[in-house]
Write a new protein. Structure first.
Length: 216
């Protein structure tokens, strides 16, 4: 009776582990697909356009007083027209909006455009912003561009561009300076070890040569 009880307990524990593993494994959720007759699921999938997006200002560094011109491009890589897209670009702390083309408007730290993109085509917009005072601990100035269906708060695609600020350059220089002595010590240690190995090899070869000349 005790053996049966122990086996039942073991099977119960194994079942619990399997349930936990299956529930926590990401692939378990990704394998769920809508039923072929699920027309609503197909409609939702068809309503989401296939897009790509990019943002760039042609720079890698920025500092207070700089004027940055960003180029935001969204491309329709699908086969149907993407209608009523909400295209946004964030204006992070320290970046002041100046202007935007394509009827872009700025509000609540973002620039917004409403756009339709035919299949295989792209739409390009530009914004100009000025770098103001930034927090001393802010290392990079990053702006994010996203495209979503109008009225949805879930973006379809996003891209980001960042420029290194003076604080970031100072932090990078300090990191290199701190790593310098360590690198030097490692180099000297490696060189010393190599020299010692070479010396020991030379002594061993010399000893072998002497033994050949004066065998006992």
């Amino acid at each position: 009776m005790a053996v049966i009880t122990r086996r039942a307990a073991a099977l119960c524990a194994l079942g619990t582990v399997l349930v936990v593993v299956l529930a926590s494994h990401p692939a378990a959720a990704s394998t769920l697909k809508p039923h072929p007759d699920d027309k609503e699921g197909k409609a939702v999938a068809a309503a989401v356009p296939s897009l790509s997006i990019s943002i760039d200002n042609g720079r890698t560094t920025a500092e207070e007083g700089d004027r940055l011109t960003y180029t935001v491009t969204v491309r329709n890589v699908g086969t149907t027209r993407a209608r009523g897209l909400d295209l946004t670009q964030t204006l992070p702390t320290g970046l002041k909006f100046v202007s935007a083309d394509g009827r872009g408007s700025a509000s609540k730290g973002q620039v917004h455009w409403s756009v339709d993109v035919p299949p295989g085509k792209d739409a390009t917009f530009h914004t100009t912003a000025e770098v103001g005072a930034t927090p001393e601990d802010l290392l990079r100035l990053a702006s994010i561009a996203c495209a979503s269906i109008e009225g949805s708060d879930k973006p379809i695609v996003c891209a980001t561009h960042s420029d290194q600020l003076p604080a970031g350059a100072a932090a990078e220089a300090a990191a290199h300076e701190a790593a310098g002595p360590v690198t030097s010590r490692l180099w000297y240690a490696g060189a010393g070890a190599a020299l010692l190995a070479l010396l020991l090899t030379g002594l061993l070869l010399l000893r072998r040569a002497r033994l050949r000349r004066h065998p006992s």
